[in-house]
Design a protein around this ligand. Structure first.
Ligand code: FUB
Length: 308
């Protein structure tokens, strides 16, 4: 099924993804897909989990889904919950995962407190990033350090990228800075300081970066203004980065994405806010996917959302 778009695109037609939103075979609501293909060749999606009537993104656990064909999915259940953490009790937001040293690492944002929108000075909300480990890609994952990687600055929506030389990097958007840190070999701590990257002078508001490598070139992709998807390219994992433009136009509600190659076809996973008959919300988040195509010079062809 995934070979088809590769063959068809040779004839200059760019086929659309055939199933949106993805049917995970369970009725839970999901968002923030972090997709990875591990050594068994299957696609794994690590996702956050929306409640039907949740308040202010109060979210409690993360789920893992897997598929061999991107059509039939298995929900492996919650791989970690904030109930398993000693240092946070809420905000199980956009996670990421990595495979290194024969283990699977789950990198997650979590926190506590609350955000007082009327009186920001009363807000007690804070978030940090934790690391949990498992021998299995589907977990369960166990908090490996019992605390966040750091407490300052406030941090969420990490991307944990492992380069070809096995060096790990963690990316996140801190305040108004685009930050990166090198990870220790065991991925349980950061080495050295958080580093503010050179983004070529263009640093819009955003959350949830995603970094991948293709043909020796690094791509830093992000939901610009938390809505549209845009990207930068660089020759090194820590920049300097050059802004290259938009991948996907803005739609109502935040966006969060990941990009991965599967059987020779690049795929972008993201979430959309779609109509629902819920009594609480007119729209809920659903994970979707689109095939992604590159130009000869390595730039990304902008894509349209498949009608859901
Ligand atoms: O799902 C909670 C938050 O909403 C994520 O961490 C952000 O990326 C946005 O999708």
């Amino acid at each position: 099924k995934v070979i088809e778009p590769v063959l068809i695109s040779l004839f200059f037609i760019t086929p659309c993804f055939s199933q949106n939103p993805l049917n995970f075979g369970s009725d839970i609501l999901t968002a923030d897909p972090s997709a990875h293909v591990w050594k068994d060749g299957k696609m794994y999606i690590y996702a956050s989990h929306d409640e039907e009537c949740q308040l202010d993104f109060w979210m409690k656990d993360w789920h893992v889904f897997s598929s061999s064909d991107l059509i039939n999915w298995t929900d492996h259940g919650a791989c970690l919950s904030v109930d398993d953490l000693s240092w946070a009790d809420n905000f199980a937001w956009a996670p990421d995962a990595a495979y290194k040293n024969g283990k699977y690492y789950f990198c997650f944002p979590a926190g506590s407190g609350f955000k007082d929108r009327e009186n920001p000075n009363n807000s007690t909300k804070w978030m940090g990033i934790g690391i949990a480990v498992s021998d299995s890609p589907t977990g369960p994952f166990k908090d490996a350090i019992g605390k966040p990687l750091w407490t300052e600055p406030y941090a969420n929506d990490p991307c944990l990228f492992i380069d070809d030389d096995e060096k790990g990097y963690i990316y996140f958007h801190g305040g108004s800075d685009y930050l990166v840190a090198e990870m220790s070999d065991d991925l349980l701590s950061v080495e050295g300081d958080l580093y503010k990257m050179d983004m070529g002078g263009f640093e819009p508001k955003m959350e949830g970066p995603w970094v991948f490598k293709r043909n020796g070139v690094y791509y830093y992709t992000m939901p610009e203004n938390n809505r549209m998807l845009s990207y930068y390219m660089a020759k090194s994992p820590i920049g300097p980065w050059e802004y290259k433009g938009k991948i996907m136009k803005e739609e109502e509600g935040n966006n969060h994405h990941s990009i991965v190659e599967f059987n020779g076809q690049w795929v972008l996973f993201y979430h959309r806010w779609l109509d629902t008959d819920s009594e609480c919300n007119k729209k809920q988040r659903y994970i979707c996917a689109e095939y992604l195509y590159f130009n000869k010079d390595g730039t990304i062809k902008p894509i349209e959302r498949t009608k859901a």
